[in-house]
Design a protein around this ligand. Structure first.
Ligand SMILES: Cc1ncc(COP(=O)(O)O)c(C=O)c1O
Length: 442
């Protein structure tokens, strides 16, 4: 049997390669070009190592937990072992639960359902909708993220001081999906402790770029998504303190979450399975674990790679006529490789369409599922636009991608597009586009 169960000992080298690095896409103006995927913050490409691990595993893939067959034992072992991989990945406390979910959104919805009655929740308005919307009711306090990190900590302090007695939770992103800026998580956690509050870290944008330590940050829960962590097979996780989770109603009712079902009663599992009813996504979970191990083995190279690209990008964008970047904080802060901006006189959706059709560059346009925050930042940047363009860097990028983007923006601003565009179903698209999608889309 060649199936490798432990990849954590692989030695660090250059940054791990991703699937699609050699992908070429057709241009509306004719010919094709290497795809520049500058949209890692939405979904990152699959790591090559993840793809080959999944390929190696697939012949062994079988039912987990209740299957008696040998392949079921292999699958069960990989599935359960990945809980430890995730615990290590975020440096969780001994005994922290690791519940597999579909993604961060799912993880926060699960946590929201598991909160003790009358839990007060404090959350910044800058959060992604996944971290902003699951908390409902009169005990939720949305606070505006101020323009300094220090003030952000004070705002949480004040909001917690006004909360009624009882359980309290602060929800905060590690890194903003709009601006890439890192939030002062450890400082917020320290203030939360003072008020007896717990902290849930939205690590969807932080985990692909920075080592996370639950113990050092002193947070209670971490939510993350595999598809942003180079493992796009549909798994995510909620990691954290087990007491509220064990006491809560199962997230979903069904098989796997139960110990015993009789005509009269149901005895639910008390461990992680309590919230994992239904057949689990074993392949996705395994892929997520492999990705976490890969990133853990390459942090130094990854950070150096992304920092160099980010600096190149920022230098390139400096001085672009009409360019305004969205930022929460006045002073420069540590950040991941995500930059959102507007260019005066150019609609973001149109710019994104031109970058794609004429330059083979994939970026995101919109309000990035953070509508409240994006609108405010646009106003503060002096723009009347309701949306922005977002460029987000990761392992799939090269210097050429960044240079191409910068050159493309300069050309578009200087002389416009070479093609004609019109809105189709509310989105800009090239007129008379004859490019065909690959055959497997038919
Ligand atoms: C900061 C942040 N939190 C949560 C999410 C939600 O992640 P998912 O769509 O994987 O549930 C995202 C997705 O973009 C995000 O950027």
């Amino acid at each position: 049997m060649t199936l490798a169960l432990d990849r954590s000992t692989e030695t660090a080298a250059a940054v791990p390669a991703v699937a699609g690095a050699a992908l070429r896409v057709p241009l509306v103006t004719g010919g094709d070009i290497g795809y520049a995927n500058l949209d890692h913050a939405a979904s990152a490409p699959c790591l090559d190592a993840v793809r080959s691990a999944v390929d190696e595993f697939l012949p062994w893939y079988a039912s987990v937990h209740r299957g008696a067959g040998f392949a079921s034992q292999v699958s069960t072992r990989l599935y359960e072992r990945t809980r430890d991989v995730l615990r290590r990945f975020v440096d969780a406390r001994n005994g922290d639960s690791v519940i597999f979910t579909r993604n961060t959104t799912d993880a926060f919805n699960l946590l929201a359902k598991a909160l003790p009655r009358k839990t007060s929740v404090v959350v910044f308005d800058s959060e992604h909708h996944a971290a902003l919307l699951p908390w409902r009711g009169p005990n939720v306090r949305r606070v505006q993220l101020p323009r300094t990190r220090l003030a952000a900590v004070s705002v949480v302090d004040e909001a917690l001081a006004e909360c009624p007695q009882g359980p309290r939770l602060v929800v905060v992103a590690g890194a903003s999906n709009v601006t890439g800026e890192l939030l002062p998580v450890a400082e917020i956690a320290a203030v939360a402790r003072k008020h007896g509050a717990r902290v849930a870290l939205d690590a969807a944008q932080l985990a692909p770029h920075r080592r996370i330590s639950v113990r050092e940050l002193d947070v209670d829960y971490v939510a993350l998504s595999g598809h942003k962590l180079y493992a796009p097979f549909g798994a995510g996780a909620l990691i954290g303190r087990g007491d509220w989770l064990r006491a809560a109603e199962p997230y979903l009712a069904g098989g796997g979450a139960t110990k015993l079902v009789t005509e009269e009663a149901v005895v639910w599992n008390s461990g992680e399975e309590r919230h994992e009813a239904g057949s689990p996504n074993t392949v996705g979970v395994y892929a997520l674990g492999v990705a976490c191990e890969q990133l853990s083995a390459h942090w130094d190279a990854l950070r150096a790679h992304e920092a160099a690209l980010l600096e190149r990008l920022r230098k390139g964008l400096e001085g672009l006529p009409g360019f305004a970047e969205l930022r929460f904080f006045d002073a420069p802060v540590d950040r991941v490789g995500t930059v959102s901006f507007v260019v005066e006189g150019f609609e973001p959706g149109w710019l994104a369409a031109v970058l794609s059709a004429e330059y083979g560059i994939g970026v995101r346009d919109g309000a990035f599922c953070a509508h409240v925050a994006a609108r405010r930042l646009l106003r503060e940047a002096g723009s009347e636009a309701q949306q922005a363009v977002r460029v987000s860097l990761g392992l799939g990028n090269t210097e050429e991608h960044v240079d191409r983007l910068v050159l493309a923006l300069r050309q578009i601003v200087a002389r416009g597009a070479r093609w004609e565009y019109a809105k189709v179903d509310g989105r800009w698209a090239p007129v008379g586009d004859t490019r065909e999608l690959p055959g497997f889309c038919a």
